[in-house]
Design a protein around this ligand. Structure first.
Ligand code: 13P
Ligand code: SF4
Length: 306
């Protein structure tokens, strides 16, 4: 007999306590996953949370690079990714070998690596960034030329906010490119009071029409703090659940109903329960790569503290 959501949630909560586990969920996760998580956040907030947790087990409800980052920061903990197929297609658009080749062509450039990348790519990079701190990280560097990998659109956005020369890698997010400039123009015409807030993974033509550009964590704070009653939300639609839950009086309009990340949606209550029961699939990074990748992640976290 199938279990109801309420039964599954109850089982997850009691097993989580028994195993001394913490559940971390990204803002794009299904609503029911966000609701059972101990913490919901953006990539930067989740890595900060993982770095500080005292739990023995981290159940990472997100995609593979996020679980890997948690394992890079907490090698003594068991990091579980409830579905092994939950990878980020953008992260797969670059390999360590490809990056090594490009570095040989650009010996003077510093490599800034968006956290949406594998541990092996991070290990080849000088410093990591997330969408929340990319401009700050690039500005802090003592170099004029930056090879920015793997998101060309985040790289392009950063180049509009800094004096440094950005050389982008040609990767992109298949979910964010579904948001078209005409979606923003149409919704702005239909909701003239609304602020259009978009993620920097969107195309430059979309960013040009936005009122604000920020990470998912930034959007959560903006929604809470703004006096504005209506917001057009230019990112993956999973975030709408949290925005509505935390701001019941406000209106949130997805920029595009097509902006769904299928890999984020692989994590379900069933897979979280199974993962905790079986303590699998575990994400672990080989020690040599982990240490090199950690140097790039630590440098980012250090810049954030500065
Ligand atoms: P945030 O860091 O803004 O949460 O973004 C993560 C991500 O994967 C965006 O597609
Ligand atoms: Fe990767 Fe895009 Fe999904 Fe974020 S939304 S995890 S960048 S595919």
């Amino acid at each position: 007999m199938e279990s109801s959501d309420a039964e599954l949630k109850e089982k997850i909560i009691s097993l989580k306590k028994r195993k001394s586990a913490v559940i971390l969920a990204h803002n794009y996760q299904l609503g029911e996953i966000q609701d059972i998580a101990d913490f919901v956040g953006d990539s930067l907030e989740l890595s900060q949370k993982a770095a500080k947790t005292e739990a023995e087990v981290i159940v990472f409800c997100g995609v593979h690079f996020m679980a890997e980052t948690a394992s890079i920061l907490c090698p003594d903990k068991v990091v579980l990714l409830p579905d092994r197929h939950a990878g980020c297609p953008m992260a797969d658009m670059i390999t360590a070998e490809g990056l090594r080749e490009r570095k040989r062509e650009l010996p003077g450039a510093i490599v800034v690596c968006y956290v949406n990348s594998s541990a092996a790519v991070k290990a080849e990079s000088d410093v990591c960034c997330t969408s929340a701190n990319a401009v700050k990280v690039v500005d802090s560097l003592d170099a004029e030329e930056v090879l920015f990998v793997p998101d060309q659109y985040l790289g392009d956005y950063v180049s509009t906010q800094t004096d440094k020369r950005i050389i982008p890698w040609p990767g992109f997010c298949p979910t964010h490119i579904r948001i078209q400039p005409q979606d923003i123009s149409r919704l702005k015409a239909e909701h003239p009071q609304a602020k259009a807030v978009v993620h920097p993974e969107c195309r430059p033509e979309v960013i040009a029409l936005a009122d604000e550009v920020m990470s998912t964590g930034g959007m959560i704070r903006f929604a809470r703090e703004t006096g504005q009653e209506e917001m057009i939300v230019g990112t993956e639609i999973g975030i709408i659940h949290r925005l509505r839950k935390e701001n019941p009086g406000k209106k949130f309009i997805p920029a595009s109903e097509q902006a769904i990340c299928p890999r984020m949606k692989l994590i379900t209550l069933e897979s979280v329960l199974w993962s905790l029961q079986e303590m699998t699939p575990e994400v672990r990074v080989p020690e040599g790569i982990r240490l090199e990748a950690k140097a790039a992640v630590d440098k980012m976290l250090e810049i954030g503290r500065g």
